[in-house]
Write a protein that binds this ligand. Sequence first.
Ligand code: F6R
Length: 605
Amino acid sequence: MCGIVGVTGNQNATDILLDGLQQLEYRGYDSAGIYVNDQHGDGFLVKEKGRIADLRALVGPEVKGSTGIGHTRWATHGVPSVTNAHPHVSADGRFFLVHNGVIGNFSELREKYLADVELKSDTDTEIIVQLVGKFAAEGLDTFAAFRKVLSLVDESSSYAFLLMDKEDPSKLFVAKNKSPLLIGVGDGFNVVCSDALAMLNQTHDFIELTDGEVVIVEPQSIKILDQDDNEIKREPFHVDTDPEAVQKGAYAHYMLKEIDEQPGVMRKLVQEYFNEDGTVKIDQALLDDLSQADRLYIVAAGTSYHAGLVGKELFEKLANIPTEVHVASEFAYNPPLLSEKPFFIFLTQSGETADSRQVLTQVNKWGYPSLTITNVPNSTLSREATHTLLLHAGPEIAVASTKAYTAQIALEAILVKAYGEAKNIERAKEFDVAKELTKVANGMQELVDEKGKIEQIAKDLLATTRNAFYIGRGVDYALAQEAALKLKEVSYIQTEGFASGELKHGTIALIEDGTPVVAIITDPKMAAHTRSNAQEVIARGANVLFIASRDLAVAGDQIILPDIDPLLSPLVSVVPTQLLAYYASMQRGYDVDKPRNLAKSVTVE
Ligand code: F6R
């Protein structure tokens, strides 16, 4: 979704902003812009619809300075266009603002305060910068005007703001509520960004901000103020990520690189979460909180929700704990009746998803314990939950999530092992998760080595189809939902994942000659049933691709999966479905890493 960058005190501001925006491209956007000030009275505003490369092409050699702000916009209010792109400017040309988030009461603010101002854009953001301009013109200094505007923004709003005043151009005025924002500490200069990845070439030391704080960033100082203007001292945290890890290397696309990285991620998780004697390394305080719970509530969105569906099977079967899985945006406004001692698990690759965060805020108000499982240390959901477990998957750049999904399931399995053992549950004690994950890593490697075969299947089955179906039962149904999401988001083929037994209760009406149906078969208990459902669609003309575990495969099955514990089978069965999605997107000529309308980190509700 939208991205923010800013810098003060560095003569290369233009390059730093453009490079930072380029690093944020993966998050999804439709226009971009920068404002750079040379501290000698000249400022340059450049905005463009489309890609950062298009913006770069417009930035001439005159666009130089030491302070600036930049933005990638993912349209919420107003179509993608140059006018609606950020930075927005106050009517008098003095203030420049970039914003991530949504201002809930922008229409009321416009009517109440800006009836006499001619607005240039359709955005909620412009209202904010016009208000700063108005209050400054009425005599307030910039900080006071900014504060006053923040006080007028309603509770429902989310924002990360970065404001510049042309008359005081070395300062960046910063504020955040619900949307992520970090200050990066440079050597003789400072930066601001909505995602540390944007500034890893400048610094690895970042200061996190809390909702409601306002910050004044200057080349040599960072002044953080709480809501009552008390100054807060906060030490930076160090981000270890190697900037190389966010490069594509020899790969044509991040998605393919990230699919290929999965065996390594499995091994890394074993390394991070197991002691040399084979025992699991999970914080005792987390196990103590879990041991008090009478029910688990897994809350997540999209792919992470699908990883939660597999987690439910693991928690119920190996730790004997009733587990519910909820779509965050549904839970937020329609929570279920809770048990007496609930424990919440937030699955979120980015750690910033607004829907999940909204639920966590509520859970914290209720006073229940929680765990965030995330790929991003110090992300908002990590900071705000009682406990955090890290996925150690390395940065995931492709919008379509692959390695984070498998890392989430693997980490759920590791947690279940420790939890089930602590509860003295025989099945958990017998479950050798480290050995299984090593088998998974080897099995994934076999599958990613079969790319040529899967590319051909994608060509035959998915190059021109209008729709497609994934079917399965149990964890294969959970996997079918993830496989369908992956295919639809990168190939735009209308795809659904179904419980195979449900087909004849309605959906089978959609099957016609040549409709692609992918049957997933990894559970011995249900293999025969799914096969007979597949026969029902074959009888109606469907073109069925069978993906089956080696011990359940029959002659004619096209993709054979290595044998692993059926509870962990999605870790291997997902790989061919990710590759099918990737190659289907290639066949159809789409930008697989940046599918239309999608954003990597969904920071608005
Ligand atoms: C799909 C995908 C999304 C995310 C969802 C939640 O490939 O990536 O469905 O899974 O937006 O994001 P996180 O996990 O960051 O909370």
